[in-house]
Unconditional design. Structure first.
Length: 269
């Protein structure tokens, strides 16, 4: 029964993709999309350039979008921005989004693609906690169970959380942990400074020689407010797991995290 329903749904998708649409509607949505991607109010000429049309054509679509409330125009500056109707449509879409279901599908695909174990972690107020895990083709190289807490230091997962959360949420936990490990205050300060690099590059990888025989790459997932929602981490055996920026584990992880962020309404470059 399920297979029959899925086949019918797939057939409908093919019908939609192959059917003739309404070009004027598609062009109007290009104008709306141009404003959304900009993340700010825009001039007419800039909207036209981003949508790939002439200013006069773009203006015609903007008139209709303003009338329907999807775009608003500032009376003084003349700049265009998203209107209340666009906001309500976005909020309605977000309210229908089941993040954990979306995330499970994404990390399942990632695990299948790389053949490695993938975890999804969220912040519980004190530390990252694993809320989902998909095994790769072989058993996990590192014992992590759903519900497990992840160390802030020196894990890739923990460093991504610290790099993207306010310092007040984690700094006292980090200092206590590193002091217990015998780390000097200077080392702690340098570690905190290094988190700026994690934030700017958009990922973290396992630090050299911190955990024998195992490596990991981790990337952040953001919500529509650009707040950190979760961290996706891929783990593999050190001898066959390339954590270089251009290697498949990291590039695939970044794509999966970016895709999830976009589904949550985040503005991701």
């Amino acid at each position: 029964m399920d297979a029959s329903v899925n086949q019918k749904a797939a057939g409908k998708d093919r019908e939609i993709k192959g059917a003739a649409g309404i070009q004027s509607l598609e062009k109007g949505l290009k104008v709306l999309t141009a404003i959304r991607h900009a993340g700010r109010a825009m001039r007419l000429n800039d909207i036209a350039a981003a949508a790939g049309m002439t200013p006069s054509m773009a203006h015609g679509y903007l008139v209709s979008l303003v009338r329907t409330g999807f775009v608003t125009q500032d009376r003084l500056s003349g700049l265009y921005d998203l209107g209340d109707a666009a906001l309500q449509l976005g909020l309605a879409s977000l309210s229908r989004t089941d993040f954990l279901s979306l995330a499970r599908a994404a990390i399942s695909q990632l695990a299948a693609k790389l053949g490695e174990t993938v975890t999804l972690a969220v912040w519980n107020g004190d530390a990252p906690v694993v809320v989902d895990k998909i095994e790769g083709r072989s058993d996990s190289v590192y014992e992590i169970k759903v519900g497990s807490l992840v160390r802030l230091w020196p894990t890739a997962t923990g460093r991504v959380f610290m790099a993207n959360l306010p310092d007040a949420e984690w700094e006292h936990h980090l200092r206590a942990m590193m002091h217990q490990g015998g780390e000097a205050e200077g080392s702690i300060a340098r570690f905190i400074t290094d988190l700026a690099t994690v934030r700017s590059q958009g990922y973290a990888a396992t630090l050299p020689s911190t955990v024998p025989d195992f490596s990991a790459v981790a990337a952040p997932v953001f919500d529509h407010r650009s707040h950190l929602k979760a961290v996706v981490t891929v783990l593999g055996r050190q001898d066959g797991f390339d954590i270089a920026p251009s290697a498949p584990p990291l590039t695939a992880t970044l794509r999966a995290a970016r895709s999830l962020s976009l589904r949550l309404g985040a503005s991701v470059s």
